[in-house]
Ligand binder design. Structure first.
Ligand code: FAD
Length: 374
């Protein structure tokens, strides 16, 4: 006899953890499968730790909706549960006339998205706030911040467990088969291959989420679920630049990412990145030959830095639905009723601002699950 559970969640990144907490709160039995030996070892711990305001995306997108909602929920969570954060604000800087026009568009986009505290800055206003930055103009977002993402992950994990969610680490999901109104979830762990029966399956498998959808029988190419990996590397700036800026400083955005930005961590250390390079596989090594490109990019607005002050630091990989040069794609958060898989919920392409959006996404998925049990 196979063991039967209410909800199986695949993946213990920030999305799986937040969703597990939300669903146990709704009195459902939850089992989380994670292939690594602990939670949050992939994209959720390889990012900029920025709480985004919600400026960049179209107003009717899930990215905007959950970023704006998630930002408030996340600041509240940090306040209530002693998760360290700072809200220094962020400035997007423009180097020339074209970029200044882009800032004005971003200002309008942000206002449409409900980010009401944005301010356009002249060169003089910018200089007063950031004496070390050289730029023609800026866009200030006072509600952007940075936080300690590891403490958030740890909190979400403990909270979900306290509410009754169970976690099995070192356990990879290798098959999903519909059996009437339920699913047979096949797993592989140290002891071999076994299976569970679950009424609902939530795919929060990050970089593998397209493969999980495929395992369940979805034609990934046809559904538009195929992921493209886009690597983001970071370099650190030497300690002599501690607090060289007061806020997070971003260039005007590129197509595949937000551009190589400057963040000052909670400990005052300065980090540059991430860049955005499409890659074929998951490899977290930093390519040192990128150093000059980082230098050139940041030196445009932080002219006093020297090439030898940069050192390779870390990297993460974005699970992107859009390939190189392709248009904007939104998060996929879908009940797969149309694919005749009614109890399957796919979360695919959860790239930035996924960390900020996680508490709001979890609530949304919680309501979807309620709908499946009613
Ligand atoms: C370079 C970079 C910078 C970013 N900066 C920011 C930022 O500043 N602010 C922000 O809001 N967002 C940012 N993001 C986005 C954010 O980090 C992600 O959206 C978020 O972490 C995604 O979480 P997740 O739970 O979906 O994925 P993950 O953290 O990748 O978790 C998925 C989990 O599923 C597990 N898994 C996969 N396959 C299986 C399987 N078959 N069986 C069992 N387990 C499986 C994996 O091991 C993994 O633990 C950034 C992303 C990158 C790459």
């Amino acid at each position: 006899m196979l063991v039967e559970i209410g909800v199986a969640i695949i993946g213990a990144g920030v999305i799986g953890l937040a969703t597990a907490g939300e669903i146990t709160q709704r009195k459902k039995e939850v089992l989380v499968f994670e292939k690594n030996h602990s939670f949050g070892l992939e994209t959720s711990s390889r990012n900029s730790e920025v709480i985004h305001a919600g400026i960049y995306y179209p107003e009717d997108s899930l990215k905007t909706r959950f970023c704006v909602e998630g930002k408030s929920l996340l600041y509240e969570l940090c306040d209530r549960h002693d998760i360290a954060y700072r809200k220094p604000g962020k400035i997007i800087v423009a180097a020339n006339e074209d970029e200044t026009a882009q800032l004005e568009k971003l200002y309008e986009q942000g206002r449409r998205n409900g980010v009401e505290d944005l301010m356009l800055l002249s060169r003089t206003e910018l200089k007063k706030l950031e004496p070390n930055i050289e730029a023609r103009a800026g866009l200030l977002s006072p509600s952007s911040g940075i936080f300690d993402s590891y403490t958030l992950l740890k909190f979400l994990y403990s909270q979900a467990r306290e509410k009754g969610a169970k976690f099995v680490f070192g356990t990879e999901v290798i098959g999903i088969e519909r059996m009437g109104a339920k699913y047979r979830v096949e797993i592989r762990d140290r002891e071999g291959i076994s299976a569970f029966i679950s009424r609902v399956v939530i795919n929060a498998a990050g970089l593998n989420s397209d493969r999980i959808a495929q395992l369940a029988g979805i034609d990934v190419a046809k559904a538009g679920y195929k992921l493209h990996y886009c690597k983001g590397e970071y370099f650190s700036l030497s300690s002599k630049y501690r607090n060289v800026v007061n806020r997070l400083i971003y260039p005007t955005p590129e197509q595949a990412g937000h551009g190589i930005h400057v963040t000052v961590g909670l400990d005052g250390r300065v980090r540059l990145g991430p860049n955005a390079r499409y890659v074929e596989e998951v490899d977290y090594r930093v390519d040192e030959t990128q150093k000059k490109a980082f230098y050139n990019s940041v030196q445009r607005f932080l002219p006093h830095i020297e090439l030898e002050d940069l050192a390779p630091e870390s990297a993460g990989i974005r699970p992107k639905l859009q390939g190189p040069g392709e248009a904007f794609r939104d998060f996929v958060i879908a009940r797969e009723d149309k694919a005749s898989l009614p109890g399957l919920i796919n979360l695919i392409g959860i790239e930035s601002p996924g960390l900020t959006a996680a508490p709001a996404i979890a609530r949304y998925v919680g309501r979807m699950v309620d709908g499946l049990f009613n």
